[in-house]
Design a protein around this ligand. Structure first.
Ligand SMILES: NC(=O)c1ccc[n+]([C@@H]2O[C@H](COP(=O)([O-])OP(=O)(O)OC[C@H]3O[C@@H](n4cnc5c(N)ncnc54)[C@H](O)[C@@H]3O)[C@@H](O)[C@H]2O)c1
Length: 324
C-alpha cells in the first residue's frame, strides 16, 4: 500500500490533498503544527474529517524541528513519497512579520529535504511554490521560463528560495523532486486570510470589503479540486533522468485572468447581495495581475483544470454558509 507524507495536512490545500489520497486508499501521514496564523478551530474541523479514515496518521509537530521530525519519520518508516505543503503563507503578513516565514519555509523545508535525501529508495518529493514569485513580470500569461528573481514580497522570496534549495538537493543527491507554482487557490475549507473568504464573510454580515488598487487587479483563480488533480498527477510522475538537469517546476493555474471587480460581481450575484466597497490603494507586496501558462503541466502531467469561477465560487459560498 502506498504511503504518502503530506505536510500542512490541517491546512487548506493539505486537507484536500490528504482527503483525496485517503479516499483512494493510500496511507497518509499528516504533519501540521496547528499554528494560530488563522482559526485553529477551522484546522481542527478539517482534521476531524481526515481522522475518520483509519489510514490517516496525524502528528502535531513543527517541520522546522529536526529531532521531532526524525522521531515521527522513524515511526512511519519507510516514507518514500512526500508532498510538502506546510508553510507560512500570505503575502501581506510576510511584510508585517517575516520570522515565521524563515522558520517554516526555509528551516522547515530544509528539514524535509534533508530527511528525504537520507531515506533509502526515496521516490518523490513534491513541494508548493507560488505564482507570487513572478513579481512585477508584465508578460502574461506567466510561463515557467520567465525570470523570477525579483520577488516583491518576503513570502515570494522564501518560495523562490525553496525552488533554489530544491534544485541544490536535486543536483547533489540525485533524488526526484518536483515544484508546483500554485495560482490563487480557492474553494471549500479555504483560508480565512484570502479575499474570497473575507469578501463572503463581509457581504453576508453587511460589512464593507477592502478593494485594493481601486479594484484594478486581476488573478488567475484556481479551484481546489483542480489543484488536487494537478498535485496528485505530479506525484505520480517523478522526473526520470535526474542528472545534469533542473528539477521540473510546473505552473498549476486556471489559465484565465479574472479582474477583481468581476470576481466581486460574481460573488455578489451568488450571495444575492451587493458588497459595500471600500476602495484603497495598492498594498505593498501585491502583484497587479496573474495568469498562468499551463501548457507544461498539461503536456507532462495531463493537468486539466475544469472549474469556471462561477461554479467554484458557488461551491465556496455553499460551504461557507453550511460551516458557519
Ligand atoms: N492557497 C493559495 O492560494 C496558495 C497559492 C500559492 C502557494 N500556496 C502554497 O501552498 C501551501 C499550502 O497553502 P494553504 O493555502 O493550504 O495554506 P494553509 O496555511 O491553510 O496551510 C499550511 C499549513 O501548514 C501548517 N504549518 C505552517 N508552518 C508549519 C510548520 N513549521 N510545521 C508544521 N506545519 C506548519 C499550518 O498550520 C497550516 O495548517 C503553502 O506552501 C503555500 O505557500 C498556496
Amino acid at each position: 500500500m502506498t504511503k504518502v507524507l503530506v505536510t500542512g495536512a490541517a491546512g487548506f490545500i493539505g486537507f484536500h490533498v490528504a482527503k483525496s489520497l485517503l479516499e483512494r486508499g493510500d496511507i497518509v501521514v499528516g504533519f501540521d503544527n496547528m499554528n494560530s496564523y488563522y482559526s485553529v478551530k477551522l484546522k481542527e474541523s478539517r482534521l476531524e474529517i481526515l481522522s475518520k479514515y483509519s489510514n490517516f496518521h496525524f502528528y502535531n509537530l513543527d517541520i522546522s524541528n529536526t529531532d521531532i521530525v526524525e522521531k515521527a519519520w522513524a515511526k512511519e518508516k519507510p516514507i518514500t513519497k512526500v508532498i510538502n505543503l506546510a508553510a507560512q503563507a500570505g503575502v501581506r503578513y510576510s511584510i508585517q512579520d517575516p520570522y515565521p516565514y524563515v522558520t517554516s519555509n526555509l528551516m522547515g523545508f530544509t528539514v524535509i529535504l534533508e530527511r528525504c535525501r537520507r531515506q533509502p529508495d526515496f521516490k518523490h518529493l513534491v513541494y508548493a511554490s507560488t505564482s507570487s514569485i513572478y513579481g512585477t513580470n508584465k508578460d502574461l500569461p506567466f510561463s515557467e521560463e520567465q525570470k523570477t528573481d525579483s520577488p516583491i514580497s518576503f513570502y515570494a522570496a522564501t518560495k523562490k528560495a525553496n525552488e533554489l534549495m530544491a534544485q541544490s538537493y536535486y543536483h547533489l543527491y540525485n533524488f526526484p523532486i518536483t515544484g508546483l507554482r500554485l495560482f490563487t487557490v480557492y474553494g471549500p475549507w479555504g483560508r480565512p486570510d484570502m479575499s474570497i473568504f473575507k469578501f463572503t464573510k463581509a457581504i453576508l454580515n453587511n460589512e464593507p470589503i477592502d478593494v485594493f488598487n481601486n479594484g484594478q487587479m486581476a488573478r488567475d483563480f484556481t479551484y481546489i479540486d483542480d489543484i488536487v488533480q494537478g498535485t496528485l498527477a505530479a506525484l505520480e510522475k517523478p522526473p526520470v533522468n535526474t542528472t545534469n538537469l533542473n528539477h521540473p517546476i510546473y505552473n498549476l493555474g486556471n489559465k484565465s485572468r479574472e479582474s477583481l471587480l468581476t470576481f466581486i460581481e460574481v460573488l455578489e450575484k451568488i450571495i444575492g447581495k451587493k458588497a459595500i466597497k471600500n476602495f484603497l490603494p495598492l498594498q505593498d507586496g501585491d502583484i497587479l495581475e496573474t495568469q498562468s501558462d499551463i501548457r507544461k503541466a498539461q503536456n507532462a502531467l495531463g493537468y486539466n483544470p475544469q472549474t469556471p469561477i462561477t461554479e467554484g465560487i458557488t461551491r465556496f459560498v455553499e460551504w461557507y454558509k453550511s460551516y458557519y
